[in-house]
Design a protein around this ligand. Structure first.
Ligand code: ADP
Length: 222
């Protein structure tokens, strides 16, 4: 089964994908996380991507597409988070999947207004130890800047500054939003209100995934 989660930065794609990956045994393919890891390790991809990520711009399609293609095979179960991000990437994805005789089963769009997205992104803090995500507005740690789980120091993502968040939202509107119409026309598409509590969004997503998994039979439940 292959599921795409679309949504503006801050709409909760990462949080939902983590929960759903654990629940349904999906592989969570998050291109933003991949780039952050490549940048930390200063790999060839990381060095090529870092200026784009820092500026809130899209990394060139060829780099992203190659990175995703290397992780997709003929029978894995994937949750795609942050890819595709424009029409060209969507077309490349279709080509990659066709090469494995596969197709997309579900596209879910987590809809969120720009003001709320901006508020969430600038409030986000991440544990430098275990990567647990907090919000200083909605889910604050018990002790300021200290992770409840592992005691690690909480940090702000380098691209979660207000100026870069605004840039990322503009990029989303210009390049990624058109994917809503693209997938509405081509695939099983559902829109979910991302202002709902995370547990409600999760329940709605699970209710969409469950019947498809059941229809595909026990073989896909690994
Ligand atoms: P968010 O969805 O919160 O903006 P991500 O972690 O998905 O954050 O992405 C962070 C950054 O990584 C993006 O701003 C962009 O620079 C880069 N990136 C991630 N996915 C892609 C992609 N599919 N194409 C191009 N760049 C990407």
């Amino acid at each position: 089964m292959i599921v795409i989660l679309l949504g503006a930065p801050g709409s909760g794609k990462g949080t939902q994908c983590q929960r759903l990956a654990a629940k349904f045994k999906f592989q969570h393919l998050a291109t933003g996380d991949m780039f952050r890891a490549e940048i930390t390790q200063q790999t060839t991809i990381g060095v090529k991507a870092q200026d784009y990520v820092k500026a809130g711009k899209l990394v060139p399609d060829a780099i992203v597409t190659e990175m995703v293609a290397a992780r997709v095979d003929a029978d894995g179960q994937y949750l795609l988070d942050g890819f595709p991000r424009n029409i060209e990437q969507a077309q490349s994805l279709a080509g990659i999947l066709k090469g494995h005789s596969r197709s997309i089963d579900l596209v879910c769009y987590l809809a969120l207004g720009n003001d709320e997205a901006l508020k969430r992104m600038t409030a986000r803090r991440i544990c430098s130890g275990c990567a647990e995500v907090y919000s200083i507005l909605q889910h604050a740690p018990k002790v300021e800047d200290v992770c409840d789980k592992c005691g690690g120091k909480l940090i702000q993502r380098g691209d979660d500054t207000e100026a870069t968040c605004r840039k990322r939202l503009m990029v989303f509107e210009d390049l990624t939003q058109p994917l809503v119409a693209y997938y509405k026309a081509e695939h099983v598409f559902h829109e979910i209100d991302a202002t709902l509590p995370a547990s409600e969004v999760e329940a709605k997503l699970a209710a969409l995934i469950e019947p498809i998994l059941t229809a595909k039979g026990p073989r896909v439940r690994r």
